[in-house]
Design a protein around this ligand. Structure first.
Ligand SMILES: [Fe+2]
Length: 125
């Protein structure tokens, strides 16, 4: 049984899938079950992955992380997502970009952010 917003990864080809509608089946890619990624929230290494949300005029700035994450060809943040009052907003990034983005979504009562590092997985802040 899948749940909305879950992220699944194929550990063979690297495909990532997000659940936008729930179902009873299992996600399969390259002939194997895809891995359900857990949202990590604490990072004890020097490299920081937990996304930081900063309120700005008219929206939110989200950056990864408290020490900026590398954005190299082999190691980078693929996307940053902000959920503001239940509405999700996603920005896809490329190597060479800054590991941050701005979401001009006004003011929200509840906000959370997720990001995906190609080597270190899914993080939530
Ligand atoms: Fe990383």
């Amino acid at each position: 049984m899948t749940k909305r917003s879950e992220i699944y990864k194929c550990n063979i080809c690297g495909n990532l899938a997000e659940i936008v509608g729930e179902g009873a089946g299992t996600l399969v890619c390259c002939g194997e079950d895809m891995e359900l990624l857990t949202e990590k929230t604490a990072d004890s290494s020097t490299e920081k992955h937990v996304p930081v949300i900063e309120k700005i005029n008219g929206g939110y700035r989200v950056y990864v992380g408290s020490t900026l994450h590398p954005m190299e060809e082999k190691h980078w943040i693929q996307w940053i997502e902000l959920t503001a009052d239940g509405i999700s907003h996603k920005k896809y990034l490329n190597p060479g970009d800054k590991p941050e983005t701005v979401f001009m979504v006004g003011n929200a009562t509840t906000v959370s952010a997720r990001e995906f590092c190609n080597l270190h997985g899914l993080w939530k802040g």
